[in-house]
Design a protein around this ligand. Structure first.
Ligand code: FB9
Length: 502
């Protein structure tokens, strides 16, 4: 179709230098071409400056179905008058005669025009139809006669017709077309690409190529999207590596109670170690093995202490230590890394480690808590580290994620002493928020590993979910993580950048 209309348009303009198409709408009708196709072709010819145009906009009336009916059969009120002029009728009989809808509308207008009146239970005609004129139908006839031109009736008259849903005002866009600066009777299709065939055939020598439009938007590149949590994880990784930390291997969610609790000097009677807080594994229920000698040293520390500690003075049970569970914190990985650090060839060397991965806690779920979350943990193992070193390290980390004002509140963890809850003033939330926990690992944890006596290990932890929810303004954790998450939110989640505050 476009080709047709193109050759017809260019052909029409070739008839004379100043040939023009005064209005594409009637012209298209005369050429029996669909006007929409003509509009499309004109736009593309304009792009190549083959033609130049003036925009035309023509307004005219078009009748609705109702309008067409009344034009053909007369108005509702006229029909009612005709139905009543011979004899009064009850409304029911009138409806039967002219139809419910016509009776309703017609009767109302007849009343207004005092053509009929109520008389007892009947409707009585006061006029003969021949004595009155059906102004509405007459107006529609006038419109038709004037080929529905805009100025055929007054705005008031149109308003009445419109109110009675008989007619609408339509505005049609069309063009006045003349030759453009690059006009030619024919338009050689420009090639959009230099193809192998053109090279082989040599057609490229004569072909006209479409200029490249470097402004067009490229095709939307599909591909994957990082979940907001993973965007924040990527930022945290970058920050922790900038601070010289190495990532710990956390790809094992099932741990033994020994590494998750006992190695951290958390007593076997500790409430967190029952099924209310921890997901224990039914099959395989027990771990295969733990380092024998180290096990004995941990057992001894729990039972009678050492390294200046009196221990917990209870019977340390192997089967309790061997119970498999879903790790409740990535600190279970920290203990294994510290054990390796102490028993590596050449002995202990200072180290900085971090972990970011899933941990599982059998907690009651609410808007900010699920049974699993991602723990972020950092630790520094070095000689004679102090609480000041811990506070300094924590300050450095949080400054890099935009939190500069910190407060530390003494807290308790079974595996750190002293321990501190970390609070930060959140610039966006404009309030102090609990942003993590921290402490210095207890000698009862470090000594059995075989770490040198004056090695201290400072550590802190937080979640990935909380900062992500704040960063992406997500109120309910179910909108962030889990089967209810809208994929769209992941596709449209902006890049995560924590602008470090100097
Ligand atoms: O993430 C937490 N809060 C937080 C962190 C960052 C943040 O915003 C960033 C700037 C954008 C906003 C909030 N919390 C820790 C604090 C609370 O949300 C708390 O209610 C929930 N906590 C989780 C545990 O819930 C049972 C967050 C999780 C948590 C708590 C403690 C540790 C890790 C994760 C730890 C530890 C630790 C301690 C000593 C030694 C080693 C590890």
């Amino acid at each position: 179709m476009t080709e047709v209309s193109e050759s017809k348009i260019l052909g029409h303009l070739s008839t004379a230098a100043h040939a023009s198409i005064d209005d594409t709408f009637p012209w298209a009708a005369s050429e029996k071409i669909d006007h929409e196709a003509v509009v499309g072709t004109i736009k593309s010819l304009m792009a190549d400056e083959f033609v130049k145009v003036d925009n035309l906009s023509t307004s005219f009336y078009s009748l609705t179905g109702e309008g067409e009916t009344i034009l053909a059969e007369g108005s509702q009120e006229y029909k009612v008058l005709k139905a009543l002029e011979d004899a009064p009728l009850s409304l029911k009989d009138l409806e039967a005669k002219v139809g419910k809808n016509i009776a309703k509308i017609g009767m109302g207008n007849c009343m207004k025009k005092k053509w009929i009146k109520k008389d007892g239970g009947n409707l009585l005609a006061l006029k003969k139809s021949s004595e009155v004129s059906d102004e509405v139908q007459d107006m529609l006839k006038k419109l038709k006669a004037a080929d529905f031109a805009k100025d055929a009736i007054s705005d008031k008259e149109f308003k009445d017709l419109k109110k009675r849903k008989m007619a609408n005002l339509v505005t049609r866009k069309s063009f006045k077309v003349e030759r453009g600066p690059k006009y030619a009777p024919q338009r050689v299709k420009k090639s959009a690409d230099l193809t192998k065939e053109m090279l082989e055939s040599g057609a490229w020598k004569t072909a006209e190529f479409k200029p490249y439009n470097f402004l067009t938007l490229g095709e939307k590149v599909g591909g994957g999207y990082l979940h907001p949590l993973l965007k924040v994880r990527a930022e945290f990784r970058k920050i922790l590596m900038e601070m010289g930390f190495h990532e710990m291997p956390t790809n094992k969610w099932v741990e033994s109670s020994f590494w998750n609790f006992d190695s951290l000097f958390q007593p076997q009677s500790h409430p967190a170690r029952d099924a209310h807080d921890t997901f224990f594994i039914k099959e395989p229920g027990a771990t295969v093995s733990v380092p024998e000698e180290y096990y004995e040293r941990v057992k001894k520390m729990h039972e009678v202490g050492g390294a200046g500690s009196i221990g917990y003075r209870y019977d340390f049970k192997k089967e309790e230590a061997f119970k498999n569970l879903l790790r409740t914190h990535t600190t279970a990985v920290s203990s294994q890394m510290l054990y390796k650090l102490a028993n590596q060839p050449g002995g202990f060397k200072p180290a900085r480690y971090y972990s970011i991965d899933r941990v599982f806690r059998n907690e009651t779920m609410d808007a900010t808590h699920l049974c699993e979350f991602h723990q972020v943990e950092g630790l520094v193992a070095d000689y004679d580290l102090s609480l000041g070193d811990l506070i300094g390290t924590i300050e450095t980390f949080f400054k890099k994620i935009g939190i500069t004002q910190l407060r530390f509140k003494p807290a308790f963890n079974p595996y750190t002493e002293p321990s501190m809850e970390i609070f930060g003033y959140h610039p966006d939330l404009k309030k102090w928020t609990e942003i993590g926990n921290s402490g210095m690992f207890r000698p009862e944890m470090l000594a059995p590993m075989g770490l040198p006596e004056n090695v201290r290990v400072i550590a802190w932890g937080l979640s990935l979910e909380r900062p992500t929810m704040i960063k992406y303004r997500i109120k309910n954790i179910r909108d962030l993580f889990g089967h209810k998450v809208e994929m769209a939110r992941t596709r449209t989640a902006p890049i995560c950048r924590f602008d470090a505050v100097e």
